[in-house]
Design a protein around this ligand. Structure first.
Ligand code: KG4
Ligand code: ZN
Length: 346
């Protein structure tokens, strides 16, 4: 049994949590969204300052809510890559200090592996192999999960991540930041078939379409052109129809890639993770696909789709259970391939 204190500071949420393997004992998130809102996106220096101001309080609250003492904590899991280096460092320094003071093992966690582990928290009976669609502000990846630390990347984005596309299109539509939830909200009043948009296919050198990779920058450009044209032709913009059509196109592009993987690999279990997994249209389309294909689908609740430390603690608990821990020399890295996670351990 591993009871892990998890710490997450890779981007704009300061988070700490305590989990007992796949069960959450406490999960505290201090969002920085209001601090970044005036700038329309995450400002790295602002993020680091907010993390350093709140990290101790957040960790304290997570421990108090877990109703456990330090003696009952088996180890400390912390996101060390990828992310904003200044932000990662705040969480890493806190984790290292606590590991030294309380004589606990330190377990570095890859942020994306954390997003995969959110599904184990949502569905503790889940077992690999399964397919994970990871769609966040910085990533769009289709991952075949063979086991803890064993990941095969089937496809990823060639340019903008899905969440990045949502945030940029929301800015074009004057919907504010963060863009994903705003588009999702407005789209409920729109017609998803109002506009025909490119699905972001990627060509291979052989001239065929890549079955798993995505490219959302073309879709974003198509939206920008369409918005300019509509503004010239008419006085008011059909914002709800534009948002609904954009969202449905992204969801369709992602669903098609999952269907291909299901057909090619005989996959029966599919999970989604990352902030864009909160999207209602993506969930709707995947639910239909799941029914048609007889899939076991896991959609984590919204609180586990966006950045949190419970998912980091769950990933750390799994590595700890396989005797994989990090040294106090663990560093933070802005980039690290998911296939290299095992480099974080002894
Ligand atoms: O995973 P996450 O919290 O942070 C990282 O990027 O790691 O994802 C944040 C992204 C943002 O781009 C945000 O706009 C998007 O998730 N997002 C959504 C929704 N909620 C959050 N995108 C579409 N629909 C939503 N309901
Ligand atoms: Zn994330």
């Amino acid at each position: 049994m591993a009871i892990i204190l998890g710490i997450e500071t890779s981007c704009d949420e300061t988070a700490a949590a305590v989990v007992n393997n796949r069960y959450i004992l406490s999960n505290v998130v201090a969002s920085q969204v209001l601090a970044h809102q005036p700038y329309g996106g995450v400002v790295p220096e602002v993020a680091s300052r907010c993390h350093s101001e709140t990290i101790n309080l957040v960790i304290e609250e997570a421990l108090v809510k877990s109703q456990l003492s330090w003696a009952e904590i088996s180890g400390i899991g912390v996101t060390c890559a990828p992310g904003l280096v200044g932000s990662l460092l705040i969480g890493l320094m806190a984790a290292k200090t606590l590991a030294l003071v309380h004589q606990k093992p330190l377990i570095g966690v890859h942020h994306l592996e954390g997003h995969i582990y959110a599904s184990y928290l949502a569905n503790p009976g889940l077992e690999p192999p399964f397919l994970c669609l990871l769609v966040s502000g910085g990533h769009t990846s289709l991952i075949y999960v063979h086991g803890c630390g064993q990941y095969e990347i089937l496809g990823q984005t060639r340019d903008d991540a899905a969440g990045e596309a949502f945030d940029k299109v929301a800015r074009l539509l004057n919907l504010g930041y963060p863009g994903g939830p705003a588009i999702d909200r407005v789209a409920k009043m729109g017609n998803p078939r109002a506009f025909d948009l490119p699905e972001g296919n990627v060509s291979t050198p052989e001239g065929t379409i890549h079955p798993y990779d995505t490219s959302f920058s073309g879709l974003k450009t198509a939206m920008a052109r369409l918005i300019t044209k509509l503004q010239q032709d008419q006085n008011s913009l059909p914002t709800a129809d534009l948002a609904a059509s954009f969202q449905a196109t992204v969801a369709r592009a992602l669903s098609k890639r999952i269907l291909h993987a299901v057909e090619q690999r005989g996959i029966k279990r599919v999970v989604i993770g990352g902030g864009v997994a909160a999207n209602s249209e993506l969930r709707r389309q995947l639910t239909i696909l799941g029914q048609e294909q007889g899939l076991e689908l896991t959609f984590p609740p919204l609180s586990l789709c966006t950045d949190n430390a419970a998912m980091i603690a769950a990933a750390a608990a799994a590595h700890f259970g396989c005797d994989r821990v990090s040294t106090v020399g663990l560093g933070s890295q802005s980039r690290l391939a998911l296939t290299d996670v095992n480099l974080l351990y002894l």
